[in-house]
Ligand binder design. Structure first.
Ligand code: NAD
Length: 293
């Protein structure tokens, strides 16, 4: 069965229909990073033979990509923007699709660069402990930083590939963006289906709310989260299911939990250690792979 992407309110850790959910802005509890929490976190990593890292939008804010729900988040500043991440809105509005292609075009012209947190995870590979980076991000920055692509599981897809919602043909997004740049503002699938042109709506393989997650990738992420010794959640409010479900699943199999985020998450009380702080500054120190640039 396909696993659908949904978000849930922080106060009720239950499954709710995305369309009906009203997401409160999480309470910001900025705390100073204490040496105690950094030392405890570092010890957890040292004592663990296998580590799975879940990353969210917060690992990429230092690369200039805003998150959704942080204090400077896209949805925090404009709650109406939330609806643009829904598949029904994308399929029913040519204006939304046009805006989305223009946004991709702008990002292609000024690509974001990985930051020290992405690079700290690259360096951590040399310990041999890293089983996977399960990322909710669609920005491709883990691989751009040099992470082994086989270790990066993009459970919410990416913008590199585009798929026709009708015939499911996949095309590199760069080729579609060439058409957009040439004036085809709401490009449609130009595959031949029999003697006709398909004409279906095109969309990157980013998973929108209401769409299923890639089944095999998510199954692999779930298996690794259930079998690792330590789960580290970095830069996520842990409010988007089914990724957030990996946390209790991992805990129930005996894994330890380390959360690194500027704000409270629904799982802080279950964590062995919570580190509040600026991710590019603290992640390297926690992993024992400090990156200075
Ligand atoms: P989120 O927006 O819900 O939460 C991000 C969290 O990171 C917030 O709690 C914020 O306070 C924290 N944060 C931001 N910058 C930080 C920093 N420098 N140091 C410490 N903490 C920091 O993000 P989410 O949980 O990943 O879920 C949002 C959804 O949005 C996901 O489905 C994801 O695919 C998508 N998204 C992706 C990107 C991206 O690819 N870069 C960007 C925005 C949203």
């Amino acid at each position: 069965m396909a696993v659908g992407l949904v978000a849930f309110p922080i106060a009720r850790r239950v499954h709710v229909d995305w369309k009906d959910s009203k997401l409160p802005t999480p309470k910001v509890r900025f705390r100073l990073v204490t040496h105690q929490s950094l030392d405890d976190a570092r010890r957890l990593v040292e004592d663990s033979a296998s580590v799975v890292v879940i990353t969210g939008a917060g690992i990429s804010t230092a690369s200039g990509i805003p998150d959704f729900r942080g204090p400077e988040g896209v949805w925090t500043k404009d709650p109406n923007a939330e609806r643009l991440s829904n598949i029904d809105v994308f399929t029913s509005s040519a204006e939304v699709r046009k805006a989305s292609w223009q946004q991709l075009l702008a990002r292609q012209e000024r690509p974001a660069q990985p930051n020290p947190a992405h690079r700290a995870l690259v360096d951590f590979e040399s310990t041999g402990k890293l089983e996977a980076i399960v990322t909710q991000n669609i920005d491709g920055l883990h691989v751009a930083a040099g992470s082994d692509p086989n270790l990066v599981i993009e459970v919410h897809g990416n913008t590199r590939m585009t798929r026709c919602l009708q015939c499911e043909t996949e095309t590199p997004t760069n080729l579609i963006l060439e058409r957009v740049r040439a004036g085809d503002l709401d490009p449609r699938c130009d595959e031949h289906v029999g003697s006709a042109i398909c004409g279906g709506i095109l969309k990157t393989i980013v998973v929108s709310f209401g769409q299923p997650l890639p089944r095999l990738e998510f199954a692999r992420a779930e298996y690794l989260a259930k079998t690792c010794e330590l789960l580290i959640c970095v830069g996520s409010t842990l409010m988007v299911r089914p990724v957030s479900d990996l946390v209790p699943k991992s805990l129930s199999r005996g894994a330890r939990l380390l959360i690194i985020n500027a704000e409270a998450t629904p799982f802080d009380d279950d964590a062995d250690v919570v580190v509040r702080g600026d991710i590019p500054k603290v992640l390297g120190a926690v992993l024992g792979t400090p990156v200075t640039n």
